[in-house]
Design a protein around this ligand. Structure first.
Ligand SMILES: NC(=O)c1ccc[n+]([C@@H]2O[C@H](COP(=O)([O-])OP(=O)(O)OC[C@H]3O[C@@H](n4cnc5c(N)ncnc54)[C@H](O)[C@@H]3O)[C@@H](O)[C@H]2O)c1
Length: 371
């Protein structure tokens, strides 16, 4: 198969879909790999390294979109890229369609077969292609929140770890999944006073057992959320309902009851955000203030630590890419129900139920597509 990897064009996105090492694996299995020139620049991977791995460097993304059977990317295709997608082409990347009707309609119109990293499942129902980015974003959320809490950045001037004789900062982590767990690890490591809220008793048990007395756990209901959010210096939004838009757990009204200069970091912004006042921001301008509350809502947090993130991502995406290239997408999906769960759009139809329901499209089942 001819596999192509264009340079990412989203604002401050430095990751790349294929590392030179991944390109080498694909080539070793008999595939052709086309890489857009400078695609790896953000992680310090040179064109020469790709050539040495057996890939071909092309000058423009147009050649890749026109000639390659599978496009491997990191972020969802931007409008200019979507216009180049074709029927009978496979798009393998993060999509996050539920909160993005414009992208969904463009993918449907293109006829492309779009496999979304974020809905590929694992044997225990987890989301293994989301996990490494969630680990990165969870860890970064505390760094970002700590920085936003500084007075010069609009925050309330609180050091999360405190100092001897002064109380540490209070951190509320909403959602104790991968992002929340990693955020809590960092916040606990800094010496903050950490509360983790989740509505899944098993998650509460897992984090409770892991952190023991170093963090508190609370069931996520309206009353407990209100308490934790209004007392916190830093709130980290880390909830997920797979494939669906995030529930708005912190309302605009609640901001008035929070402490002045408190910080909201909405990691779930890529699913629409779990705070009513969240709107996506970029690394160029990561924060804004509403009602004296600092909001950090960067939708592609891992892009800022592109090297770590690219290698972590390739570790989990490459095995499926190799299988799709070897077997063709249909056989690969038939052979692996977990990869099949990644199919979101095919030949103009939405094939992921939560996305179809969210955006009001007719749902075409996997059984129907795979035959
Ligand atoms: N902004 C970024 O750069 C970035 C990077 C990676 C992941 N993310 C996003 O972060 C979010 C979390 O991802 P994850 O991997 O941790 O998911 P996860 O499934 O591991 O964890 C989500 C948790 O949210 C909990 N939850 C659901 N509804 C809740 C509620 N009402 N109250 C409290 N908890 C609730 C679930 O029980 C689960 O434990 C996702 O939207 C993901 O797309 C964003």
């Amino acid at each position: 198969m001819r596999v192509g990897c264009p340079k990412e064009i989203k604002n401050h996105e430095y990751r790349v879909g294929l590392t030179p090492e991944s390109a080498r694996e694909l080539v070793a299995q008999g595939n052709e790999v086309w890489i857009e020139t400078q695609a790896g620049a953000g992680i310090d991977a040179t064109d020469d390294q790709y050539v040495e791995a057996g890939a071909k460097i092309v000058d423009t993304p147009d050649e890749i979109f026109a000639e390659c059977e599978m496009i491997v990317k990191v972020k969802e295709p931007q409008a200019i890229e979507r216009a180049k997608l074709r029927v009978d082409q496979i798009l393998y990347t993060y999509l996050h369609l539920a909160p993005d009707p414009e992208q969904t309609v463009d993918l449907m119109n293109s006829g492309v077969t779009a496999i979304a990293y974020e809905t590929v499942t694992g044997p225990r129902g987890q989301l293994p292609l989301l996990k490494p980015m969630s680990q990165v974003a969870g860890r970064m959320s505390v760094q970002a929140g700590a920085s936003a809490l500084e007075k010069a950045h609009g925050g309330r001037g609180v050091l999360l770890g405190g100092v001897p004789g002064v109380m540490p900062g209070k951190v509320a982590v909403i959602g104790g999944g991968v992002v929340g767990f990693n955020a809590a690890q960092m916040a606990v490591g800094l010496g903050a006073d950490v509360t983790i809220l989740d509505r899944d008793p098993e998650v509460l048990e897992k984090v409770g057992t892991f952190f023991e007395a170093r963090a508190s756990t609370r069931f996520s209901n309206r009353a407990n959320l209100y308490d934790a959010v209004t007392q916190a210096d830093l709130v980290i939004g880390a909830v997920l309902i797979p494939g669906a838009a995030a529930p708005k757990l912190v309302t605009r009204e609640m901001l008035g009851d929070m402490q002045n200069g408190a910080v909201l970091v909405d990691v779930a912004i890529d699913q629409g955000g779990c705070f009513e006042t969240s709107k996506p921001t970029t690394h160029a301008e990561p924060t804004y203030v509403i009602d004296d509350i600092v909001h950090y809502c960067v939708a592609n947090m891992p892009g800022a630590v592109a090297r770590t993130s690219t290698y972590a991502l390739n570790n989990v995406t490459l095995p499926h890419a190799l299988r799709i290239a070897r077997m063709g997408w249909k056989e690969a999906l038939r052979a692996d129900e977990h990869l099949a769960a990644g199919l979101n759009v095919h030949k103009g139809k939405v094939t992921y139920k939560a996305v179809a329901d969210e955006l009001g499209y007719e749902y075409r089942s996997l059984e129907d597509v795979l035959g």
